[in-house]
Design a protein around this ligand. Structure first.
Ligand code: SF4
Length: 405
């Protein structure tokens, strides 16, 4: 056991030191051992261990974020999750179906503000449910949404140099392959691996695309295609702690096979007016902090992100729980998925990050380890994307500091 680790074990004598050692050294460990370790450890000890694991590979004390423009391409969706306010109906004034010139002008505005990510977000396969979505696509000359996203990603890349990252729900392997040459990474929340959430009255009762089997298949397909992916868990939607542990272990297992899961978002459920889960309680602080710590402890080599806007007054605490990233923050566009929770300014996030002794640095929508490691670069990045990535980064694979100034 190295000195730092043994001093952690001595200070935190209540943690099972054998398990601490095996996790720290990335040695095999059984699910039952992990579950018992978490059950038998108190929160403060888990948080200390989580911070230790984050800090041992972070000598420059960097906490990252992605400077992005949020392109809300179409907010119609064939599914209905019980907590969602993003999805709109075609007859409302809030419905959005952007045209390519609007997408480009948003990307241009992002470029002027030194964004490096163009986040393209849609509802789940809206064209399968809504004639309005089908008409919008047909008028633009496309049969399905992914063909349009591939075209938009290409023009964003070529005209602005912003790097596309698409989150369009559970894509098939064929669809993801269509995006590999224009998207540096893809995003899709697993939310939770428990099928219980599909049952009557539960969060995903009316959202077949949230069936974990569907989502896991998509995550595996991205792995087979060697596309870096961001996934994550939504905490507090009716799951139990054991479901969180199982979901994290599943993500770990998939990543050990494919090495493509660049980031896991641990996101807190927030009850929203107008949804059927409005009266449900958000996760308690202790439960949420424990979920963050478990993710950091188990997901060796994967970046752990919590969005700062969903916990406006307390997000500094997540640095104490071992996160190393704040996710995408836009200096211009709102968080259309959570418009009730505006992003803090990047300067505010910097102040909070500095107050805990860390440096805030911008990253691309593809994490440094997929760029500066030559093997990863060859395996996970389409050759044509390299010329767009290279001018933006420094030797650490982060956005050059003078690019943003
Ligand atoms: S959370 Fe996503 S899949 Fe669920 S209703 Fe909203 S847009 Fe659709």
């Amino acid at each position: 056991m190295n000195n730092k680790l043994s001093s952690l074990s001595c200070q935190k004598g209540f943690l099972n030191q054998e398990i601490v050692y095996r996790i720290s050294e990335n040695k095999p460990i059984e699910e039952i051992e992990i579950t018992n370790f978490i059950k038998n450890s108190n929160l403060d000890d888990l948080l200390s261990f989580s911070r230790y694991l984050r800090d041992k590979n972070n000598s420059s004390k960097v906490i990252s974020y992605s400077r992005k423009i949020f392109i809300n391409l179409i907010n119609l969706c064939k599914d209905s999750c019980s907590y969602c306010t993003y999805k709109k109906e075609p007859y409302t004034s809030e419905v959005v179906m952007l045209k390519p010139h609007q997408v480009l002008s948003l990307a241009d505005a992002g470029k002027k503000l030194k964004c490096t990510e163009a986040l393209l977000v849609t509802g789940e396969r809206p064209e399968l449910k809504y004639s309005e979505a089908k008409k919008w696509l047909n008028e633009l000359g496309y049969k399905n949404l992914v063909e349009l996203i591939a075209y938009l990603s290409e023009i964003i890349l070529k005209n602005t140099g912003l790097l596309p990252h698409t989150n369009a729900g559970s894509l098939t392997k064929k669809e993801m392959a269509m995006l590999k040459s224009t998207n540096v990474s893809l995003g899709m929340m697993l939310e939770n691996a428990s099928e219980k959430l599909l049952e009557l009255g539960k969060a995903h009762e009316k959202a077949p695309s949230k069936n974990p089997k569907v989502r896991i298949k998509s995550i595996i397909s991205a792995g087979e295609l060697k596309i870096p992916i961001t996934t994550g868990l939504l905490i507090g939607i009716g799951e139990q702690l054991v479901d969180v542990i199982e979901s994290i272990l599943l993500i770990k297992e998939i990543n050990e096979k494919y090495g493509h899961i660049q980031e896991v978002i641990i996101q807190n459920f927030t009850p929203k007016i107008g949804t059927s889960m409005y009266n449900c309680k958000p996760p308690s602080d202790t439960y949420f902090l424990k979920c963050i710590a478990i993710a950091r402890i188990l997901l060796t080599g994967i970046n752990i992100q919590v969005p700062p806007n969903l916990s406006p007054n307390v997000y500094a605490n997540y640095l104490d729980a071992g996160i190393n990233d704040w996710g995408g923050i836009s200096p211009l566009t709102p968080d259309y998925v959570n418009p009730e929770y505006p992003w803090p300014t990047i300067n505010e996030v910097k102040t909070v990050t500095n107050s805990k002794g860390f440096n805030l640095r911008a990253r691309l929508p593809i994490y440094p380890e997929y760029i500066i490691n030559k093997n990863n670069l060859e395996n996970f990045v389409a050759p044509n994307l390299k010329e767009f990535i290279e001018p933006l980064i420094d030797e650490k694979g982060l956005v050059k500091e003078d690019y943003i100034l």
